[in-house]
Design a binder for this molecule. Structure first.
Ligand code: COS
Length: 383
């Protein structure tokens, strides 16, 4: 085993222990209060999880995709709001700064993001631009050595906590489509930036999503992230990474759902024996185990390919599609195993079932993952 592999093993064990000892016991509290307790946030910071993707030279852990996925499998065993809390800071909210930011921008943000002292959000989605992200209508107009941003962003995770927002806005003509979109780093305290009250949701209690409104929000020319007109492509590159991360989240959740169902099936007795003895229950367990195993194997293989420098747009879309759909099917089967008890709030499965539903929608719906996969297949076949 290399030194790096040994360090990863230690980290995985530390995160597993934290998940079992701190996160799982806090789940009910988070569901009731809709807040992540301070002791949990401190623990996440101590483990360095806000800086998983940030290079060590800026204070982060500098993990490879495989290493990141290995930690995410563990932390996503607990309800997904915990992972969401640091997810945007080492994911879409920060990847753009790491990959396309100037040295000045990196120095300005990354060290604080790596420690969790500052959080980051990613502002792409709009009320009328969801799956069709390139149709966004937020505008940035050049005014001397400033840009003036106007528009509304929707469902922005961690907006109420974020210190910096990566904002996608149209700087070119509408006809320029994706090529007319640029990205900006906007500080939280910039006049003209307003964060609305978080939405009330079906699940994911403790994860906060809000609208972010820009009204004549003036940012300096130095806030432009990457070259003018490259914002959309850069967003897609960040999403390629984030979708693999999200597939790892779904994989962690598959394991948790499976464990909840298996525990219940071995403890619950009907017809004089544990229901796990019945073949129709076993079929649900076996199908779910096979899918959880496949999801993990897919994520690990795609992560290794990404670390080897290969383009993994298709693989990331396949993984996100498969792992999140598997989590949905497993959640449904495990709730079925719980019978009437699965429908009441005393059992974690009721909550996890609602949480799992979002995985197939956010960071690109299953239908968008199918489209990306098929487009890449056609492109490869015809090029
Ligand atoms: N990496 C690099 N470049 C990419 C890319 C990727 N993964 N995906 C697209 N691009 C480039 C394309 O090559 C194209 O550039 P050229 O014009 O130079 O060829 C440009 O970006 C536009 O791409 P495309 O034509 O594929 O854009 P579309 O508008 O057809 O749609 C989808 C692209 C549907 C894939 C995109 O809008 C999408 O991902 N939608 C879902 C958005 C989403 O996930 N939202 C969740 C919230 S954000 S957390």
């Amino acid at each position: 085993m290399t030194e790096r592999e040994e360090t990863l093993e230690l980290l995985v064990h530390a995160v597993r222990r934290f998940t079992r000892e701190v996160l799982l016991p806090a789940e009910t509290e988070v569901e009731e209060t809709e807040q992540i307790p301070d002791r949990v946030i401190e623990g996440l910071k101590e483990l360095g999880l806000f800086g998983m993707t940030i290079p060590e030279s800026y204070g982060g852990l500098g993990l490879s995709m495989f290493e990141e996925a290995s930690l995410v499998f563990e932390v996503a065993y607990a309800q997904p709001a915990f992972r969401s809390y640091f997810g945007t800071t080492n994911g879409v909210g920060t990847l753009g700064i790491i990959n396309f930011g100037s040295e000045e921008q990196r120095q300005r943000y990354l060290p604080r993001l790596a420690t969790g002292d500052m959080m980051a959000s990613f502002c792409l989605t709009e009320p009328d631009a969801g799956s069709d992200a390139a149709s966004l209508s937020t505008r940035a107009v050049r005014d001397g050595d400033h840009w003036v941003i106007n528009g509304t962003k929707r469902f922005i995770t961690n907006a109420i906590h974020a210190g910096v927002f990566t904002v996608f806005a149209r700087t070119g003509l509408k006809e320029a489509g994706a090529g007319g979109i640029s990205a900006f780093l906007v500080d939280r305290d910039t006049p003209g930036l307003t964060v609305a009250k978080p939405y009330r949701k079906m699940g994911f209690a403790g994860s906060h999503e809000s609208d972010v409104i820009f009204e004549n929000c003036r940012v300096p020319a130095s806030a432009l992230l990457g070259a003018e007109g490259t914002g959309f492509k850069n967003a897609m590159r960040s999403l390629d990474h984030a979708r693999l991360h999200m597939a790892a989240v779904a994989t962690g959740m598959c394991q948790r759902l499976l464990d909840e169902g298996l525990r219940y099936a071995t403890e619950r007795r009907q017809f004089g024996q544990p229901i796990a003895n019945f073949q129709l229950i076993q079929a649900m367990l076996a199908d779910s185990q096979a899918e959880a195993f496949a999801a993990r194997a897919m994520v690990e293989k795609a992560a290794r390919a990404k670390d080897a420098g290969l383009k993994t747009t298709k693989e990331a879309a396949c993984c996100k599609y498969y792992a999140t759909e598997a989590a949905g099917r497993i959640a449904d089967r495990m709730l079925q195993i719980h019978g009437g008890n699965g429908y009441i709030k005393e059992y974690a499965i009721e909550r996890l079932y609602r949480d799992a539903r979002l995985l197939r929608i956010y960071e690109g719906s299953s239908q968008i993952m199918q489209i990306i996969t098929a487009r890449e297949m056609v492109r490869e076949a015809t090029n």
